[in-house]
Design a protein. Sequence first.
Length: 193
Amino acid sequence: MIGLEDKKEIWLGLPQDTPEQQVWADNYYDAELVPMAQERFVGHYATEKKTSYYGMFLLLGSSWEQVAFNVKLLEPQNVHVLCGRDHDIQLSLLCSNLGLDEGSFCVTTIQEGDAAALYRVIRKQHDIWDSMGRSAIDITGGSPLMRTAAAMAAAYLDIDVYRLESHYMPKYHHYEPGTERMQRLPSVQSILL
């Protein structure tokens, strides 16, 4: 079986000069590299104690694969994706990768910059989930404004906040598979209250 490093070398060697070549390289990245990198990521954190989450919010931007890692690791029972109108392809790839059924997966489209709408959606969904268990939010995706707004809502509602860090490869317009690291932001309540 070919390992992640070998597949990464194959991907880096694929021609990506034309749109057709870029599609082939992107498909290889999505189908071959991301699942292996997720498996390595989950294995890396396997010995750490994980919080059980009833629901998890995801901010979806142009990089669907980045927001899937913490979902794979934390395995929430429900996922609520918050995204813009122009993220249909990313949403489709995310749904396919996570393999969640319709009953545990919902999507809300929020207009870029509408922090008030983001607050209302998070509050309403959190109120529903809170009676069943804890919630988390992954602020890896989305625009800087939406990440800030989501973090503010999470602090107010005492929702756990996660972010994925990894090495970006500008030449390839992707993150380097295998460099992913989870960051859990400390709760505001645990420090300031």
